[in-house]
Each structure stands twice: as C-alpha cells, then as structure tokens.
Ligand binder design. Sequence first.
Ligand SMILES: Cc1ncc(COP(=O)(O)O)c(C=O)c1O
Length: 418
Amino acid sequence: MEFSSLGQNLSGGSGIESLMDDLGKALSGVGPAPLMLGGGNPAHIPEMEAVWKERMEKIVGDPSILRRTLAIYDPPRGNAAVLESLAALLRREFSWPVGPENIAVTPGGQTAFYFLFNLFGGRRGDGSLGRILFPLMPEYIGYANQSLEPGMFAGVQPGISRTGSHRFKYHVDFKNLHPGSDIAALCVSRPTNPSGNLISDAELGHLADIAAQRNIPLIIDNAYGWPFPGLVFGEAKPLWTAQTVHVMSLSKFGLPGTRTAFVVASPEVAAAVSSMMAVTGLANGNFGQAIVGPLIASGEIVRLSRDIIRPFYLKKRDAALEAIAEFFPADAPYALHESEGALFLWLWLDGAKKTSREIYETLKNRGVLVVPGDYFFFGLPDEDWRHRQECLRISFAMSDADVRAGLKIIGEEVASAF
Ligand SMILES: Cc1ncc(COP(=O)(O)O)c(C=O)c1O
C-alpha cells in the first residue's frame, strides 16, 4: 500500500511521537521505570486531585449531569454554558471584549494548533504558499510536523544575552524579523516550551503591531499561561487585539487525559475552528468541560491556578535549581535559561564535545529521560548553528526525589561533556 506525501508526513515518525512514546511507557509501567525528566506531563498535585474527585462524584451522583456528559453530543463549538462562562471570566479577569462567539473548544491544544496552522498556512488561491512564522526559536516540538504542506514553517534565531553566572535568556531578534507577504501568521508559546522563556509585554506588543500592520493573526499558546494553569513566574500581561488568537488548554491545569482546549479569537476564526472540528471529529469530548464548567463559572479555576498550582511548581523549580547548584560542576560552562514559566529547565552546554543527542542517549542508558534540544529548532534556515545541538530540556514536574536523582546523573554527564 502506498501512503500519500501527507500521509507519510503525518505517520513517518516525529519528535513529538517519540517523546510521547517515552513518556507513555515510563508512566504506564511498561519497561523499566526511568527517572522521567523528559515529557511534559503535569505533576499530580494532591489538592487538585481532591478537586477532580469531588467534581467526578458530583457528575456521577446526578443522573441528568451524567447523561449530559456521557450520552449527548455537544455542538462542535462546545458546551454553550461553558463557552458563556469562559467568556464572562475573560471579561472579568482581563477586560477582554469577548462573548461565546469568540470561543471554540478543541480536543486539546495540539489539535487546536493543527487546525490553526492549516487554516492560515498552506497553499493559497494564487498558488503561493502561506507560512507560519515562529519569531523566537526554539519553540514547542509538537508544532513541528503539523503542516499539511512542506516548507510551511519558518523560524527566527533568537538574540541571546548572558544574565548571570550560569544563566542566559533569549530575546526576539526584531532586527532579523521581517515577515514577507508569504507569512500568514505569527505564533509564540508564552511561557515558552522548551526554554521557560517569557516573551516580555514589550516584545509581545511589538509582535502585535507587526500582526496588525500585516493584518495576520498572532497566535499565542497559553498552555502554561494565565488564566489557567498560571505557570508564570515573571510578569506577563495577557494581550487582546483584533489579530490575537489565544489557545488555552486544561492539560497543565492537571487534566491532560480529558483532551480539552479553548481557542479564543475573533468570531470569524472561532467559527472556522468550530467548522474544522465538525468535519474532523463531529464534536468534542464532554468530560473536560463537565469537570471544569462550574470552576470556570465561579472563577475557582483562577484561584486554584494562582494559589495551588503556581506555588506548587515554583517550589519544585526552586528545588531543581538548588540540586543543579549542588550537583553540576561549577567550573563547567553550562548555562540555564532564566526560568520564567512552564515546567522545564533548558540547559545549554556551550562548546560541549558531545551533541545533545549523544548526551540524551547516554542518559537514557543510565535511566534518565530528558529531551534533546535539537527537536525544538525546526523551521530555521541555518542548519549549522551549533547552539541547536547544545541544549537539553529537563522537566521538574516529577517527584522531588526523582528530579534530584536525575539531576545528579545529568550533572555527571555535564562534567564529562566538556
Ligand atoms: C507549548 C505547548 N502547547 C501545546 C501543548 C499541547 O497540549 P494539549 O494538547 O495537551 O493541550 C503542549 C503540551 O505539552 C505544550 O507544551
């Protein structure tokens, strides 16, 4: 049987697939139990697990809610009451002028990006190729294989500044950011997976100006941002303009198994996403919306993000940084990206003798899973940029004991990499 070019692109293996495979096997007990510092699974937070239990009991205990959740197709756009509650929350929290017509539910953020990239990027009426531009690489590995046309993604190398001993930070390099007529949309994750970078308000404002001048969308991936889950350690004002398209997911709020996300955009874009949902999946799963619906309506989702989830991860982040200070060789030229959000540390081994892939393999053999950084540099013109082979992404979401044990072994490999 012959697969189409598109079929080969989607089924031929990808960074995100091997990452999810490593993650799934490690967390489901298939094979030896490694120290899992690789995937993006959120932590299991006892206070949040108590919330899920209470919500599930309410759903199961009320026959009419149970029937609504299990036995009824929602409209493709999502549950009307949940859309209304989320719009009200965004008006209250951020003063965004939005209603339910601005929102569409998707089966997770991953599917939302697949829809959005191919809604804006791809072959146009005049035969030209519309491309999606990532203004600051490295970016989320999961975007990399989502285009229906080859060559649809373009990335811009970041500016890098040294911010302290063993610390650095990426910046959008506006000098080299000149989107041509081929660029159909800009996209950033904020906070950024993998680096933990937080694109500043000024940088985001500048990107919004470019999007407005060109009248193209500025897609903002809020997987770790406000109003939920709030894994934001620095200052970041949420931005709304006529061009912004926000994607908000329940996954890092603690519910990746429900596969639920919300696209918040102009009515035209929200309607397009809802139509794409109908064609590809009929309707969304109801469970995520059933669990969080009342939490959105009461605003509890914001309180839980601010008072439980954010402090939980901040403490884990600090514990990981302490372990690195203890275990990594102080005289080695390693550098960590400033940790401004998300649940990863991004390690740069500047001038290392080994590539990140080689270090990843060694670590895997020693029972520690991380993600080699080169996966996150797709769409860049400069294949020779050495930095691409010098970074590793390390999650700090697992138990403190596992994170410490993993970082001790990584520290030994850092020493031998130079
Ligand atoms: C930056 C970013 N965007 C989107 C996603 C997709 O998440 P989900 O499909 O679970 O909402 C992830 C998952 O790790 C992510 O890190």
